[in-house]
Unconditional design. Structure first.
Length: 466
């Protein structure tokens, strides 16, 4: 039996109220998730210093790979679930949720095995300098064990949010992050286990968060998830992947850029006064600091997803348009705030993660000022990319996800340093940010000019769904 509009608050409650309900827990969840990396960076920086900070940056592409995989099944599964529920197909929806959950864990196991088997070659491929290699291997060898739990806790959180329980997602993430922080202090400072201790604290936090997610999925609010729903089916997994593809592409693009960035910083750093390790260490810290800002932006986009998906599936296009506009206004306000923070307080921010030479601070300040100059427009592309995925147009979402990292940033990272040295890497960032935001704005304006967004379209879905 199909649901009517009255059956689901996503189609009835005021849009602003729904956005607060879904985006606030989503933002908190993302912020808490970013703490995993920032807390490790803080304790490692204070205890081990510059080389330890560089080591976590060398290992970071694997974390990005895990997040990419978590998003393709988590966001894809959540979007498929909400679209199906909006159309009134609850039996199909529960299959999407179960298939997504099982694929999350299985994918994590595969990534763990590949990482452990090719550990040293991977660290070298990611651009590790010789004096950083042992630290990077020690850290990654432990964190790799937690990859299945990282995927399940991250991707499963999206499924819980799609079930209408954003607060449960927030609780799962907060529990893992709090445990990680406490154990980091104990293992790194108390027991002096160094890199291995920080890594172990991270894994334990991920295991606890994953266990809570499993408990939440076992007691869904809108559907009843059973064992048979966990058996992957080609048709369901294919639909999930198509809807999560934009998010996967965005994260994989980030991973490719991180690897090329590390290699470029190592090479051009060796030709500068900074040396090989300082640029890699600073870049890693600043990337993770910028993740705090991006946590707000991604949290906004994730909070938008169930609202846009359900109402688009139900044919309530005015509500979809209203939700997107309100989300964008919030993103713009946050972007301006973080732009001012990065431009005014770069030395104070970098000092939180341990001390270094004067060259270390100079490079960090320049990186903040130049690479993150267009922070005030960096909300546009992530929110818009996820918006297209949420309304069932994954090809457009995937294209937008590619713009900043692959179409713009990657070529510029390779081109600019040929003429400007290591400074060229920094100037590539703002150019790519501006171009990606401009493309996103054009694509969204074209979408919102479609006639269905300007009048209630009843309960009939648009014929233009991809």
């Amino acid at each position: 039996m199909k649901e009517t509009r009255e059956d689901n608050p996503l189609g009835t409650e005021p849009v602003g109220q729904l956005l607060r309900k879904f985006t606030v827990p989503s933002i908190i969840s993302m912020l808490v998730g970013s703490l995993y990396n920032i807390v490790d960076q803080f304790f490692i920086g204070q205890k081990i210093g510059e080389l330890g900070n560089a080591a976590t940056n060398i290992s970071f592409p694997l974390n990005t790979l895990c997040i990419a995989t978590a998003l393709i099944f988590g966001v894809g599964g959540a979007s498929a679930f909400n679209l199906a529920m909006g159309e009134g197909h609850s039996k199909k929806a529960v299959r999407f949720m179960g298939n997504a959950a099982s694929m999350l864990f299985l994918s994590g196991v595969v990534i763990t095995l590949v990482t452990l088997f090719f550990l040293r070659p991977l660290m070298l491929f990611f651009g590790s300098p010789d004096n950083v290699l042992d630290y990077a291997m020690e850290y990654t060898q432990v964190t790799a064990v937690g990859f299945p739990f990282l995927l399940l806790s991250t991707g499963g959180g999206h499924l819980l949010r799609a079930d209408g329980r954003p607060n449960m997602t927030m609780i799962c993430n907060m529990a893992g992050a709090v445990i990680n922080t406490i154990l980091d202090a104990l293992f790194v400072f108390g027991l002096e286990w160094g890199m291995r201790g920080a890594a172990l604290a991270t894994v334990i936090g991920q295991v606890i968060a994953a266990a809570l997610v499993v408990g939440g999925l076992s007691n869904c609010k809108t559907v009843k998830l059973g064992k048979t729903h966990l058996i992957p089916g080609y048709r369901y997994v294919g639909r999930i992947i198509s809807l999560g593809f934009a998010n996967w592409v965005n994260q994989m693009a980030m991973m490719v850029v991180q690897i090329i960035m590390n290699k470029s910083l190592k090479y051009y750093g060796s030709l500068s006064v900074y040396g090989e390790s300082i640029p890699i260490a600073c870049s890693g810290i600043i990337t993770k600091v910028n993740m705090v800002f991006m946590s707000f932006v991604i949290g906004l986009s994730q909070g938008l997803q169930p609202i846009a998906s359900y109402n688009y599936g139900a044919g309530y296009y005015n509500r979809v348009k209203e939700a997107y506009k309100k989300d964008i206004i919030c993103g713009a306000s946050l972007a301006v705030f973080f732009f001012l923070m990065f431009q005014i307080f770069p030395r104070q921010i970098i000092s939180v993660f341990g001390s270094g030479s004067e060259e270390y601070y100079i490079f960090a300040e320049n990186y903040f000022h130049i690479f993150l100059f267009f922070t005030f427009v960096n909300f546009m592309q992530p929110i818009s990319s996820n918006f297209f995925t949420a309304i069932g147009k994954p090809k457009r979402g995937a294209f937008l996800a590619l713009t900043r990292q692959i179409l713009f940033l990657l070529p510029l990272i390779l081109l600019f340093p040929l003429f400007m040295g290591i400074d060229g890497i920094m100037y590539a960032g703002p150019v790519a940010d501006f171009l990606a935001a401009a493309v996103a704005a054009v694509m969204v304006l074209r979408e919102l000019r479609r006639k269905e967004y300007h009048a209630d379209a009843g309960i009939t879905r648009s014929e233009g769904v991809e």
